[in-house]
Design a protein around this ligand. Structure first.
Ligand SMILES: Cc1cc2nc3c(=O)[nH]c(=O)nc-3n(C[C@H](O)[C@H](O)[C@H](O)COP(=O)(O)OP(=O)(O)OC[C@H]3O[C@@H](n4cnc5c(N)ncnc54)[C@H](O)[C@@H]3O)c2cc1C
Length: 100
């Protein structure tokens, strides 16, 4: 679309990770992108009812990080600056079948 004026209006429902990334891509193709969510989105990371899984630790695998970097260059560094920690899944994790 280089050189072509962007027009049209895209609407994305849901501002979870999928909606946010979809909106990111659509901004390259549409003149206007509106992202709607049932929650009022906070300005800083935190809990909200629409993403209850946000309370759980989330791991971003290398393939996903590479994909994110193509859309949002520098996001890996930004995540680390915001508190994300790098782990070696083979060395830093202890997996077991009992809790005793
Ligand atoms: C316990 C747990 C652990 C997990 N750990 C990992 C992990 O380590 N690594 C990993 O990659 N994934 C993990 N996942 C999966 C990951 O959390 C999901 O795949 C991911 O959050 C899905 O993102 P999404 O944007 O598709 O949906 P969601 O995160 O569910 O976002 C949906 C959005 O839509 C909004 N919405 C809902 N209904 C409406 C409506 N009617 N109108 C407007 N807005 C609406 C919600 O408010 C929300 O913002 C885990 C999941 C769970 C439950």
């Amino acid at each position: 679309m280089t050189g072509t004026p962007r027009s049209g209006h895209a609407v994305v429902l849901g501002a979870g990770i999928a909606g946010l990334l979809t909106a990111t891509v659509l901004t390259k193709h549409y003149g206007r992108v509106t992202l709607l969510d049932a929650d009022r989105l906070p300005n800083t990371p935190g809990r909200r009812p629409g993403v209850p899984q946000g309370d759980h630790v989330h791991a971003l695998l290398v393939g996903g990080q590479r994909a994110l970097e193509t859309l949002l260059p520098g996001i890996g560094a930004a995540l680390r600056q915001s508190g994300a920690v790098g782990v070696d899944m083979g060395a830093d994790f202890l997996l077991g079948t009992s809790c005793g």
